[in-house]
Design a protein around this ligand. Structure first.
Ligand code: HEC
Ligand code: HEC
Ligand code: HEC
Ligand code: HEC
Ligand code: HEC
Length: 407
């Protein structure tokens, strides 16, 4: 009994209520004590009155949805609206209802809170808004050294490096959390890979470069689009993978063993696929279906991280695909005597989370709208009683596509 009680207290003191640790750079909201002179305000729409094209791009991005995102809302409810989430999902101080004065005993879940007199609920809806990256001390920071604008400007080197992404996209482990590289390990994956060695940065793929005016009638400059496409956009995921399907013979006879191989290459992502949120995964599926649509054989492989969440977080294993790495998936099927109507279907799908996690968010955490969370990235289907369209390949992309999606 005593041991049980002791265990309980030790467990309570080491067990974290959140799945990550805190690092200095995101431990506080971005202060906004001085207004920016020369412009009416720092709401995205107000920046957009002059920087229209960038505003329109940002609006379609998931940065602009980081607060209203129904998955964020459901998980935040699950985590009892803990304050720390807001420092990355709505980083500006006026976007947050509270001021955090300190932590009782240094514990994340014991904040000393005060009401924020400058809280603006509409501003909160903007998530990762323009000001989160650009406004510091009443000045607008950006990538240019020398520029004249109605507002004060200042060059900041982080815009041209990965530092600007690091704060939010490399989330550290907390005490007694044993992840490989952290709960969100995009940076070590990127830095171990080939693109980093070639001098590329996150922006090269996620903010395609473009020549245009920053404001209507302004000089044309070399800048970047503000799309940040990722796992919510099947078009972007397709850029990450090359799939090639092959079979060992051009035509199969009844009763024969058929061998298929699906070669999957991470040909376009600068980090592992999937990266970021540990819920994300891929499935690689082979199915044989008959004329009536009945599945006769099913093989499903997954590409993901396996993490034990309780009583302590331990990452047991992972098989995500590193940049430019290839993996072959094999499938065998003995054909019956009658092959009439039989088809082979091979597909690669991307999942934002499992079906059971999705259901749990619906039944327990108030997810009330339908959100797409499975995307088919490639699918091929052919008849087994006809010549096989060998090495049929859905994706021809060989090199990273850094020109990005156009919208
Ligand atoms: C009244 C119009 C106007 C508003 C409002 C405005 N800007 Fe600007 N901004 C400009 C002009 C003009 C330039 C300079 C354009 C040029 O020379 O190409 C500029 C330049 C910039 C630059 C480049 C600075 C550098 O040093 O690299 C950034 C970044 C920027 N603005 C962001 C913002 C953000 C963020 C907001 C909202 C908080 C905003 N602007 C609001 C007109 C405006
Ligand atoms: C997640 C951070 C982030 C957010 C949010 C963001 N920007 Fe930027 N912005 C950048 C980066 C990085 C660059 C530097 C691009 C480059 O190297 O040219 C940049 C560049 C700019 C520039 C200079 C022109 C250019 O393309 O380089 C302007 C103007 C600008 N941003 C305006 C805005 C406005 C307006 C918003 C909101 C609608 C916004 N930004 C939101 C990161 C951000
Ligand atoms: C202030 C924190 C913050 C900064 C800075 C930031 N991000 Fe993000 N980013 C987020 C959050 C939070 C999300 C998830 C939003 C959601 O899905 O609700 C996200 C999502 C993304 C996604 C996935 C979008 C999708 O479709 O799922 C990409 C790609 C991305 N960011 C790239 C970048 C890059 C590149 C930079 C640096 C130029 C950057 N981010 C800077 C917080 C940030
Ligand atoms: C060579 C191009 C390239 C580089 C460099 C790159 N990415 Fe990506 N990134 C992609 C592609 C393609 C995808 C879509 C695949 C996917 O969603 O897994 C993606 C997806 C993402 C996602 C969505 C998570 C997911 O798995 O769905 C995030 C977040 C992200 N990248 C962040 C970053 C950050 C941060 C950096 C810099 C450290 C970076 N990326 C560098 C190409 C790149
Ligand atoms: C250090 C910054 C940071 C903190 C703190 C943070 N997040 Fe995030 N969050 C991110 C980034 C970056 C992404 C995007 C990763 C990706 O796309 O794979 C993200 C993605 C998410 C997503 C996935 C959204 C989607 O549409 O798939 C959810 C849900 C989420 N965060 C919830 C939370 C909750 C709840 C908390 C607080 C317990 C929290 N986050 C704290 C940076 C952060």
């Amino acid at each position: 009994m005593l041991v049980a009680i002791l265990f309980y207290f030790v467990y309570q003191s080491v067990h974290s209520h959140i799945i990550f640790g805190i690092r200095e750079d995101f431990s506080k909201a971005v202060p906004y004590d001085k207004p920016v002179p020369g412009i009416p305000g720092i709401r995205a729409e107000q920046c957009g009155s002059c920087h229209q094209a960038i505003y329109e791009e940002w609006k379609t991005s998931y940065h602009s949805k980081a607060y209203v995102d129904p998955f964020f809302q459901a998980y935040w409810r699950k985590d009892q609206h803990i304050w720390i989430c807001l420092n990355c999902h709505t980083p500006m101080q006026p976007q947050q209802p509270w001021l955090i004065k300190g932590l009782e005993g240094g514990k994340v879940y014991k904040p000393i809170k005060a009401d924020n007199p400058h809280y603006d609920a509409d501003f909160q809806q903007e998530g990762i808004t323009c000001a989160s990256c650009h406004v510091r001390d009443g000045v607008i920071e950006g990538p240019y050294e020398d520029i004249q604008a109605p507002h004060p400007t200042r060059y900041a080197a982080r815009f041209r490096t990965t530092d600007i992404c690091f704060t939010c996209h490399q989330v550290p482990s907390g005490p007694f959390q044993f992840y490989n590289g952290g709960p969100c390990s995009t940076f070590p994956e990127f830095e171990a890979g080939p693109y980093y060695k070639r001098g590329m940065i996150c922006q090269d793929c996620h903010m395609p470069s473009i020549e245009r005016s920053l404001v209507s009638g302004g000089p044309v400059r070399q800048g970047r689009q503000h799309f940040w496409r990722g796992g919510h956009f099947p078009e972007m995921i397709k850029r990450a993978v090359t799939v090639q399907l092959t079979s060992d013979r051009k035509k199969f006879q009844p009763g024969e063993m058929a061998n298929f191989t699906l070669k999957l290459t991470n040909s376009g992502a600068g980090h592992k696929i999937p990266t970021g949120d540990p819920d994300r995964y891929f499935t690689i599926t082979f199915e044989v279906v008959n004329g009536a649509g009945k599945v006769l054989k099913l093989q499903e492989d997954t590409m993901r991280r396996w993490i034990v969440w309780w009583p302590v977080i331990i990452e047991v294993y992972e098989n995500r695909l590193a940049p430019e790495a290839r993996r072959d998936y094999h499938f065998q099927y003995r054909l019956p005597e009658n092959t009439e109507g039989l088809k082979l279907r091979a597909s690669v799908k991307y999942h934002i989370m499992t079906e059971s996690q999705y259901k749990r968010l619906q039944t327990k955490f108030g997810l009330s709208v339908e959100v797409p969370h499975v995307f088919t990235i490639t699918e091929e289907e052919f008849r087994l009683n006809e010549p096989i369209p060998i090495t049929a390949s859905a994706q021809e992309s060989q090199s990273p596509h850094c020109n990005g999606p156009k919208g």
